[in-house]
Design a protein around this ligand. Structure first.
Ligand code: VNL
Length: 391
């Protein structure tokens, strides 16, 4: 080869190397952005395992397209989420962005999804307004109003009249406080105190002491997934578990991932949520067994199931579009889809792009030697009440 030809070949190689993902028409890249490190790492771990299990069970090809799952760690920092989302659509030609462990992280990716016209499937974050921040956002997790309002109805029906609310002070906590409290007061209940604790380094002790003095019938709690153990430990340290104050909340505080670590202190806690590892259906039994087998016995929580369903949504949409992975086609296909999830029957509301699902009332009980959120009542097909209230 002449020197000139060598230069040309080298230049060509350099060019190819600089654009590693020359868009391959037969591959659909799903960029899964999660907090794999930092305080919400448990969410990242559960979500990654959920998405991978779906691919493992259904194969990595759908409608003639090969699915490439690319997992990125945003460490829980919104500026990193945004940069990763830009890189995924810009350099790696991702057809779908997925994940988003916390509300600020889902919001950071929204302008990227809008500009690139790429679906953003939110599989964790749960502040109601998130789906309003881009027409390309679809959600398979839940909304806090959807889970918290039914808790108020149950409390009212079960003789609870005076409640102190304790929530983490950001989007989902404010939603939980507002939708539990508002529904409870409308039904004749009384909110004695509204306590908000910071997301970073939460210390519940001072509030719990005050609460012990107030003697409410119950304390309603929202903390994000992964933070329940800190709250429960301090609840027990102040003797509140033995004081007759009932513990109620959305299911985030008695997260399946943490129940074993929380221990007996959680016994009797009543929560409302969309998923329990104990959910009694053939689909869930198969899901839990396969998940535990693939993950050294780790029990799936509501994050795992949302990522599993998020991946399923991509597959179902691609089947519907016959492999067309352009953003608008995928988005149109996702609207109105319904399927049987391990959590029960679900669908994507075509108007709000939020998930419609059952909310279950559950109580923490010992079952076969382990703690579970045991479901005992079902509120079927719950839509996000925040969006319903604005119509
Ligand atoms: C959010 C909501 C995060 C509920 C959670 O766990 C959760 C959020 C990390 O919207 O930030 O359980």
């Amino acid at each position: 080869m002449t020197a000139k030809r060598w230069t040309l070949a080298a230049a060509l190689c350099a060019m190819l190397a600089a654009s590693p993902a020359l868009a391959d028409e037969n591959t659909v890249t799903v960029g899964l952005i999660l907090p794999m490190t930092g305080p919400s790492a448990s969410t990242g771990k559960q979500e990654k395992a959920g998405a991978e299990l779906y691919i493992h069970e259904h194969g990595d090809t759908v409608a003639g397209k090969k699915i490439a799952l690319v997992v990125k760690d945003d460490t829980g920092a919104a500026d990193v989420t945004k940069r990763l989302a830009e890189e995924l659509v810009g350099n790696e030609h991702a057809s779908v962005l997925m994940g988003f462990g916390l509300t600020p992280l889902a919001l950071a990716a929204a302008p990227v999804a809008t500009e690139a016209k790429v679906p953003e499937i939110v599989t964790a974050a749960a502040t109601a307004m998130i789906t309003e921040k881009s027409p390309y956002i679809v959600r398979t997790s839940f909304t806090l109003p959807q889970a918290a309002a039914p808790m108020a109805d149950w409390a009212l029906e079960n003789g609870i009249r005076k409640v102190v609310t304790v929530v983490t002070d950001y989007g989902p906590g404010v939603d939980a406080e507002k939708w539990f409290g508002g529904t409870f007061e409308k039904g004749g209940g009384m909110i004695m105190q509204k306590i908000r604790v910071p997301l970073k380094n939460p210390d519940f002790a001072p509030f719990l002491q005050r609460m012990a003095d107030d003697k409410p019938d119950a304390v309603f709690v929202f903390v994000p997934s992964g933070f329940g153990a800190i709250f429960m430990k301090q609840f027990v340290e102040r003797g509140l578990d033995k004081s007759g104050v009932r513990l109620i909340g959305t299911g985030d505080v008695t997260d399946d991932d943490l129940l074993a670590a929380i221990g007996d202190a959680a016994l009797g806690a009543v929560t409302t949520h969309h998923y329990s590892a104990d959910h009694d259906s053939p689909e869930n039994k198969a899901f839990v067994a396969a998940f535990e087998k693939a993950n050294n016995g780790m029990r799936p929580n509501f994050m795992a199931v949302a990522a599993y369903d998020g991946m399923g949504l991509v597959y179902k949409a691609l089947e519907k579009t016959k492999g067309d992975a352009s953003g608008d086609a995928l988005l149109a296909a996702m609207k109105g889809l319904s399927w049987t999830s391990p959590r029960g029957p679900v669908s994507i509301d075509p108007e709000t792009r939020d998930i419609v699902q059952n909310i279950y009332v559950r109580k923490v009980e010992m079952k076969d030697g382990a703690l579970f959120n045991v479901e005992f009542a079902t509120i079927p097909d719950v839509k996000d009440p925040y969006k319903a209230s604005k119509r």
